[in-house]
Design a binder for this molecule. Structure first.
Ligand SMILES: Nc1ncnc2c1ncn2[C@@H]1O[C@H](COP(=O)(O)OP(=O)(O)OP(=O)(O)O)[C@@H](O)[C@H]1O
Ligand SMILES: [Mg+2]
Length: 283
């Protein structure tokens, strides 16, 4: 698999490159006689350097889609391509490489290793990637500095606030300079102000490092940071919106966040269930 050393690619060329492509991805979970159709045919292209938010109600399939894009689980049908390589064709070694070097993962519950310090959590993936202890330490400290936690490098996760733990998780996700960061509800366990800081930090990683960010979220604060918003409803793509198109709507929901997002979600669902959604949107 080609290693997209993203920093070396001119921005205008990078914009043209598709880093993730899903084609007719379906996922059926089978539990005894019960089948859950979590994804019902998702076709989506994500370009290098984009900031994508996947939005949708609970149970709509966001995490499932994530696990497919992150090569953590296999689709029932359809294909996932990373850098135009079909993930299903990779052997165990190549898959491990992809998960370690190409993609950085961030989870709602931070998932730091409790007995390890902030620095050790950040350098662990570097050790897997073959860096020496000294190299890993230098790079780890640099990353902790970037997320504003250099002084807390020796603290264990329980000695850090939720927002600080998520910062460590972001530094860890960046450990091996991934082309893609997958973040599943990264602000889900944080208060408003801390959530904003995390979104800002992800935005910086996106702009400065040309890292492609893909987040699943319920958080409307994410909307303004995103290049595109992918609305998922009942396992299907309901609609894809550009930030430019959303600017006006964001203004109108700010005063009534909960009601606004509910309205948006209803709108997305309606579009997904209607075959003539494109015509409707044009009106
Ligand atoms: N391992 C599993 N086994 C069986 N069903 C599952 C499994 N994982 C998810 N599901 C089901 O698949 C559907 C989609 O779940 P998913 O976790 O992708 O939703 P989500 O959009 O991430 O929701 P949330 O916003 O609550 O995180 C749900 O109906 C869920 O119950
Ligand atoms: Mg989820």
């Amino acid at each position: 698999m080609a290693d997209a050393a993203t920093a070396e690619i001119p921005a205008d060329e990078a914009e043209e490159m598709t880093v993730v492509r899903t084609k007719d991805v379906t996922k059926v979970y089978r539990m005894g006689k019960v089948e859950v159709h979590a994804l019902k045919g998702i076709t989506l292209d994500i370009r290098l350097g984009e900031y994508i938010s996947i939005m949708g109600p609970s149970g709509s399939g966001k995490t499932t889609l994530f696990n497919m894009i992150g090569a953590l689980d296999k689709p029932t049908e359809g294909q996932v391509y990373i850098d135009e390589v079909d993930v299903a064709q990779l052997d165990a070694y190549e898959l491990a490489w992809l998960r370690c070097r190409k993609i950085g993962y961030i989870f709602q519950t931070f998932n730091l290793i409790p007995v390890m310090s902030a620095l050790e959590n950040v350098t662990l993936p570097m050790t897997f990637a073959g860096l020496t202890t000294d190299e890993a330490r230098d790079k780890g400290m640099d990353l902790l500095d970037q997320v504003g936690l250099a002084e807390r490098y020796d603290h264990k996760p329980y000695e850090l606030s939720g927002g600080q733990q998520q910062r460590v998780a972001i530094a860890r996700a960046m450990a091996n300079s991934p082309a893609i960061i997958l973040a599943d509800e990264p602000t889900g366990n944080l208060d408003l102000a801390t959530g904003k800081e995390i979104i800002q930090l992800l935005g910086e990683m996106n702009r400065n490092g040309n890292v492609t960010i893909i987040t699943a979220t319920h958080d409307i604060k994410m909307l303004s940071a995103s290049d595109r918003i992918v609305w998922v409803r009942d396992g299907r793509l309901a609609k894809i919106e550009l930030r430019e198109d959303l600017d006006i709507q964001i203004g109108s929901i700010e005063g009534d966040a909960e009601g606004g997002i509910e309205a948006s979600l209803r709108g997305a669902g309606d579009a997904g269930e209607s075959d003539k959604s494109d015509e409707d949107e044009g009106e």
